[in-house]
Design a protein around this ligand. Structure first.
Ligand code: PLP
Ligand code: SF4
Length: 371
């Protein structure tokens, strides 16, 4: 067993392991764990001890998970979009392939809470073979996203088998891995793993950090090992009440991600997943946070705020509206709140047409003179 696998083995998974901790309602944890799994590995547990609430909420079962009548079991309609089990084909040119049912920690807000880490999620050599077969016979799929669970929970050689099988499919050009492991168990990102992954380029990894305290020296080093292997890194943060629904926290997170060579990719509005209602914020909250980022931090550090449409419609970008008036003169508010205008009406088109005519005439004249 490798050292990261030993850390996983030492995770807190049973309510009685939390007995006697004054911050924990053991009975509540017991009731939640009967429905949704818990796994807090020693690395993340230490972070929770050091930083408290924003990390604790992500890891510790909460009784409110059992009381969420508005929540939907499968909010993104993934099951009905799965032509074979554990492969979601929603967009024409890319598919989501679930290759592992486990994670290094079970996040309380997980979108796939209905199955991740539960006996319902059966991933076997059979389901992986069926997924690969589907990808082989569906050549319009050019990009495969490996997800789960967390694909980096697989042993190196098992993951490599899957990557090699994907690389043998000529219609697949890009492989993307979604993994929270650089955040939740960075020591799993070994030099050996990075050296294996780099043989399967073009390969991208989107990771998942939700709070600046998660960017420890270990996590930053893990991202560095992947980046040094030539793997472009993105981050898919989830907007979570009580964790990062705060402009200053989010600004710090995005800035520190960029410094760790991770490009913020999406900031997700929380899905309507059953059992996660207590994490959900309003969309106005997310838009206000986006306003506090745009222009105030490097454009490289600004993610796309997006809602994944309930029912499987796909991701919808949500952008604060900077246009305050749409006439012939467009009026905007700048990131600082001052006003800017831009002439965009008929006048502008006429002026452009006149300018095109002038430049044509002068070009013709120059040509006639020189011939
Ligand atoms: C999010 C998602 C993707 C990838 O979407 P991008 O906008 O390309 O990041 C692909 N398939 C499914 C089912 C998804 O949920
Ligand atoms: S790591 Fe991702 S898939 Fe796993 S529990 Fe957390 S959010 Fe869900």
């Amino acid at each position: 067993m490798t050292s990261w696998q030993k850390l996983i083995k030492k995770s807190i998974t049973r309510p009685e392991e939390l007995a006697g901790d004054p911050a924990v309602d053991e009975e509540a944890v017991r009731r939640v764990c009967a429905v949704y799994p818990m796994r807090i590995n020693p690395y993340y547990l230490e972070l929770v001890r050091r930083h408290g609430a924003p990390l604790l909420h992500q890891a510790l079962p909460d009784i409110r998970e059992l009381d969420d009548p508005e929540g939907m079991v499968d909010p993104l309609g993934e099951e009905k979009l799965s032509p074979v089990p554990n492969l979601v084909h929603k967009y024409p040119d890319r598919a989501l392939f679930l290759v592992c049912s486990e994670c290094a920690m079970y996040c309380r807000f997980c979108t796939r809470k209905r199955k991740v880490g539960r006996p319902e999620m059966i991933i076997s050599r059979e389901t992986i073979r069926a997924g690969l077969d589907y990808l082989r016979r569906t050549p319009q799929i050019r990009e495969v996203l490996l997800s789960g669970g967390d694909p980096l929970m697989l042993a190196d050689d098992h993951l490599e088998e899957i990557l090699a099988a994907l690389r043998a499919i000529p219609s697949i050009s890009v492989i993307r891995i979604g993994s929270r492991i650089p955040c939740t168990l960075p020591m799993r990102v070994t030099e050996r793993l990075a050296a294996m992954l780099r043989r399967y380029h073009p390969l991208y990894i989107n990771t998942h950090f939700n709070h600046p305290a998660e960017l420890t020296p270990e996590a930053v080093a893990a991202c560095g090992r992947l980046a040094d292997a030539g793997i472009p890194l993105g981050c898919q943060t989830v907007l979570l009440r009580g964790v990062n629904d705060d402009a200053a926290v989010m600004r710090e997170l995005m800035y520190r991600l960029l410094a760790a060579r991770v490009k913020p990719y999406y900031l997700f509005q929380a899905d309507l997943t059953r059992g996660t209602g207590h994490f959900r914020t309003s969309i106005q909250c997310g838009l206000a946070i986006m306003r506090s980022l745009i222009g105030h931090v490097s454009g490289m550090a600004v993610p796309t705020y997006a809602l994944d449409a309930p029912g499987g419609g796909g991701k919808i970008p949500l952008t604060p509206d900077y246009v305050t008036e749409r006439g012939e003169l467009l009026r905007f508010t700048t990131y600082r709140g001052s006003t800017a205008t831009y002439p965009n009406g008929r006048q502008q088109e006429e002026r452009q047409a006149a300018a095109r005519a002038t430049s044509w005439h002068s070009a013709k004249k120059t040509f006639q003179e020189s011939s």
